[in-house]
Design a protein around this ligand. Structure first.
Ligand SMILES: Nc1ncnc2c1ncn2[C@@H]1O[C@H](COP(=O)(O)OP(=O)(O)OP(=O)(O)O)[C@@H](O)[C@H]1O
Ligand SMILES: [Mg+2]
Length: 344
């Protein structure tokens, strides 16, 4: 049996709260019992509202933070301790791209030197090889040679994110973790950068974890999608199938809320109620206070993430595998309207 590139096994991440208003709180469970598998060259999207634990999952996956429980295997081996020589070696094969390209770049260094720096640090290739590779990468991300001597503040947001991408790809990583990589960019630039990411991922055969609160963007680049709510995966499935047949009421609401051509604003179902706060986790199913179809059981019993067949995992007492939501319908789906009605 070949081993997966990434094998995340029931990880949790608990933040201790010692001071201020959380003096008595035992800890905030930002991520709880999350398992993920990613094969070489494959793409996994993680979607969910703010505070659902997406970024924390990304940081634990890369070993930037230790899990409070569970473990992460990268290429079949446990992730080494943060900062150790083994971790640095493993990290070269994993790169992260964040929302803010400015923050990821050194303001005092010209573009070419920044893209080249990982090769200098790890003493990869001759100086001539390194320069050639910088040229290749800048071209691959669609930057002209004229930017090489410029500084980050002299570039646009989109150009800066392309520089970050070139720098991330220069060590030929096996895994790219992108955390809201286009959220800070102008809407007009977002699609270009998403397309570029997607093309490079496919051309170079890099595995990618793509984190975003925007289900539409996630769908564009992911073969598979995991939906997170309050630190847990509530649904996971093949991207297109999940979009057409969301099973979990939370996924249904996210799909219904996503802007789609032909669907009017009034027909979209916006999520009602409080956004997730892991410091105040509801009993039973965490989604039950906002769920339009919750039963008494949902208030007391947490549903397990169950395999419904068809590559779909769902954590909902009501999931049957028979749900279908017609998102293409311009007047909105029956299920979405039911949810909207119930939330009023
Ligand atoms: N270092 C930390 N200390 C304490 N709590 C934290 C820390 N990092 C994250 N949290 C809490 O953990 C929860 C999950 O945060 P996380 O940043 O992973 O969510 P997210 O899904 O990435 O949200 P967003 O879409 O806003 O980026 C939040 O409630 C957050 O306040
Ligand atoms: Mg985040």
């Amino acid at each position: 049996m070949t081993r997966s590139l990434l094998d995340v096994r029931s990880i949790a991440r608990v933040y201790d709260m010692h001071h201020g208003m959380f003096a008595k709180a035992a800890g905030v469970r930002a991520v709880d019992d999350v398992s993920l598998l990613l094969e070489r060259g494959d793409t996994l999207g993680i979607v969910g509202e703010s505070g659902s634990g997406k970024s924390t999952t990304g940081r634990v996956v890369l070993g930037l933070e230790p899990p409070s429980a569970g473990e992460v295997l990268f290429d079949g081996r446990p992730m080494p301790r943060h900062g150790s020589p083994e971790w640095r070696k493993a990290r070269m094969r994993m790169q992260m791209i964040y929302q803010d390209p400015f923050g990821a770049l050194d303001r005092r260094m010209p573009v070419a030197a920044q893209v080249r720096e990982p090769l200098d640090i790890h003493a990869i290739g001759t100086p001539a090889d390194r320069d050639a590779r910088v040229g290749e990468l800048l071209q691959a991300v669609g930057l002209s040679a004229s930017v090489t001597k410029r500084f980050p503040h002299e570039l646009s947001g989109g150009q800066r994110q392309r520089v970050v991408l070139a720098r991330a790809l220069i060590t030929r990583p096996d895994l790219l973790v992108c955390d809201e990589p286009v959220s800070a960019l102008d809407v007009s630039i977002q699609a270009q950068v998403v397309n570029l990411l997607s093309d490079l991922q496919a051309d170079l055969g890099i595995a990618m974890v793509f984190i975003s609160h925007d289900l539409r963007v996630v769908r564009q680049v992911s073969r598979r999608i995991a939906v997170m709510y309050l630190g847990r995966i509530v649904e996971e499935g093949d991207a297109d199938d999940l979009f057409v047949r969301p099973e979990h009421p939370y996924t249904r609401a996210l799909v219904s809320a996503a802007p789609m051509p032909g669907r009017r604003m009034a027909d979209r179902d916006m999520l009602q109620g409080e956004p997730p706060n892991p410091a105040h986790r509801p009993s039973g199913c965490s989604f039950h206070p906002r769920c339009p179809v919750a039963l008494a059981r949902c208030r007391t019993e947490m549903p397990a993430l169950a395999d419904l067949g068809g590559n779909r995992l769902v954590a909902c007492h009501l999931a049957t595998g028979a749900n279908s939501i017609d998102v293409a319908s311009p007047s909105g789906s029956a299920a979405a309207r039911t949810m909207e009605g119930a939330a009023r």
